[in-house]
Write a protein that binds this ligand. Sequence first.
Ligand code: DGJ
Length: 731
Amino acid sequence: MNKDFDILYQKDTFVLQMENSTYAMGLAGDYLGHIYYGKKLPQVPGHSLLRKAEYSYMEGKPGDKCTFMDGFPFEYSFGGTGDFRPNSLEVKNAEGFLGCELTYRNHRITEGKSPLPGLPATFGNPEDIKTLEIELEDKSLSLAVTLSYSIFRGLDTVVRSVRIENRGNAEVSLEKVLSACIELPWENREIVSLHGSWAREHVVDRRPIGHGRIEVGSKRGISSHQEHPFLAVCSEDAGEDRGEVLGLSFVYSGSFIAEVERTQHDMLRIGMGISDYNFSWRLQPGESFQAPEVLLAWSGDGFGGMSRTFHRLFREHLIRSPWLHKKRPILINNWEATYFDFNLEKLLTIARVAKSAGIEMLVMDDGWFGHRSSDNSSLGDWVVNEEKLPGGMKVLADAVNALGMKLGVWFEPEMVSPDSDLYRAHPDWALAIPGRPASECRSQFVLDLTRPEVRDYVVESVAKVLRSANIEYVKWDMNRPLTDIGSLSTAGGEILHRYMLGVYELQERLLREFPDLLLENCSSGGARFDPGMLYYSPQIWCSDDTDAIERLAIQEGTTLIYPPSCVGAHVSICPNHVVGRTTSFATRGIVALSGTFGYELDITKLSEEEMAEVREQVKMYHLYNDLIREGDLYRLKSESSLGKGGNGRPSCAWMNVSPDRKEALLSYVQVRGGANLRSEVLYLRGLREDALYELPDGRTFTGAELMYAGFVADRIWGDGASMLYHFRCVE
Ligand code: DGJ
C-alpha cells in the first residue's frame, strides 16, 4: 500500500490511508460496517470490530436479524428494518411504507473526483485526489445508494457524499438522506459545536456525551446564527495542541442536522446531512438525488490541528474565487456610518476622505434602490433611487473610480418587500402556503427560488445593475429565515432543498457572467457563514457585532473551521453600535486585521489622531495581509471553553505563521486589565526550533525559546489594550 495516500480493498476491507490517519470499513456478509477511524495504522486492520452476532434482544437469541440490525455499526444506516438508532436513510415505497435494507453491490476506486451537479463541492487535480465509490442497493425498492469517499494528498480529510438512484418502476419517497454516518466504540469523548444568535455567532460549546441523542441543527432554511453545520467529537483531554479530534463540516447552506447517539452498547453513532424537518423528496423511476458533501477532518494534535486541516482544505480545494490568494481591496462600508440616510454627496465625501488615508474601495450598503429609506420597502426593485443618486449608478461609479477607488454595492436578491413593485406585480412569487398569510420578518418575504422564472428575474435584475457601471464587489445579503414553506409549483417537502439549489444557481450564473467579481456573502452577519457559500465567495461578513472585544470570541469560533482569509472584519466606531463598548482604535485594528479588514464608520468624523491611526493600519494591512491570508493560524490563548486550563487571565492571543515558518505575527489582547499581575508569558507555536527570530526592536530569540520557555508580552495598561509582534527569521 502507498503509505502516504491511498485507497485499497483487501479481504473484504476498504482502507483509506491519509497523511496521519486511517479510515477503514468492511463487509460482514453483504452489510457494510465501520471498522476504524483514527491515528494512522501501518497495516490493514482486521474485522474484529464488525460484531455480527454479539448482541441479543433476550438471552438465548443472539444474532437474530432484528438484533443484528440494531447493533451492527453500519457505514450508512437505514430505517424501518430494525435499526432504531439515528438513521442515515429513510425511504417510503409507493404505498407509503417505511423500510429499506442496504447491501453491498460493487465498488470502484478512481483518481480525482467529480463535481456534484448543482451543489458546491471540493475539487482538485486528479493526481492529488483518490475516490472510492461503494454502491449499495435495496433489492426490494431497486434503489442504488452510492457512497462516495475522496481523500486528498497531504491532508487528513475524508470527503463523503451520497447519491440515491431509483432504478425501479415505482416512485419512492426519500424522507431523510444524510451525507455521512460514523459508528465507533469511542469512549470518554466530548462534543464541540458552535451556537449563537444574531450578533453573537459561533460561540464554542463543549460538553460530555451521555446516553441518548444530541442534536445540532437548523430548520430555518439557512445554516443559521443559532447552530452551525459543524460538530467535533474529541477525547476528554483534547485541547488546542493535544488530543484526538474528529471534525465534521457540512458543505451546505440550508437546514441541516448533526446527530450523535451514545447507544445502548456505548457505541457513538454520528450522522450529518440535510435536515429531515419538512423534507420529503419524491424520486421517480430513473431519477437520482445527490446529497451534499460532509468534510471529515481528523487530528491527533487537538483543535489547532483540526482547524489547520480545514483551513487548508478550504483554501486548496473548496474556495474557487480568483480573489482567494489576492490581497482584497481595503474597503469602507457606509452601513454604520449612514444607515439608510445617504446621498451621492455624502458617499463621495466619505470616499474622498477614505482615499486620503489609503482606503481602496467604497461599498454602498442597503438603501440605494426603489424608495427604500428604512427596512420597510423596495426589496426586489433593483432600480437606483435617483433622489439619492442623481444620474444613477454610473455617475457614482465613475466619480468613485475618478478618485482612484473601486466601487462595491449591496444587494439582497432573495427577498421581496410587500411594499415593492415586484410584489405588487407578482404576489405569488413569495414563499407562502396558499390560503394562509405568510409571516413577515424584517418587513420582507422570501422569493420562491424553486421557480425558474423567479430565478431568471433575480439574476437579470442584479446583472443589469452590474452591467450598468463599474461595480467590482457585491455584498450579497440575506436577512431572514424561511417560513411558510409553500409554493404554487413545488411540492412542500422539496421546497427547502430546492430553494438552496436555487440560491447556488443564482450565484453560479452571476459569477459566470462576472468572473472577476469579488463576492462577499452575508446573512444578518453570519447566519449563512458556511462551506457551501464559500464555494461562491472567498469571504463572508462574519457578524453585525463589530465590537473588537466581542469579535475575539466570534472570530475564534469562526476560525475553528474557516481560514482567516474569509472572515469579514471591519474597524467600526465607538461606543460600538451593538454593545456600547469603547475600545482603543489600535485594538479595533488588530482584531479586524486578522480577518479581511476594512472600515465601517463615518470617516469624515474622525479626529486627526484617529486618521493617523487609519493610515498606520492601512500600512499594517499591506505589510501583514499575505501572512494572515496565506499563513497557518495558531490560537495561543482565549476565554472560550475549547482549551481547558490556562492561567485564568482574561486575555486572548493568536499567531499567523507563514507556510515556510520564517515569519510570524503575534496578536495579543488584554481583555481585562488587572492589578499587580506579572507579565504574561505566551508559548508561541509553529516556529522552527533552531531558527533565530527577530522583532523590529532588534530583540532576537530562537524558535525553541519562544515555543518552550515562552515569550514575555509587554505589560500593557487597561481593558482591551493590545500588542502586535512581528517576528522575522534572520538565519
Ligand atoms: C445585515 C448586514 O449584516 C449588515 O451588514 C447590513 O448590510 C444590513 N443587513 C443592511 O440591511
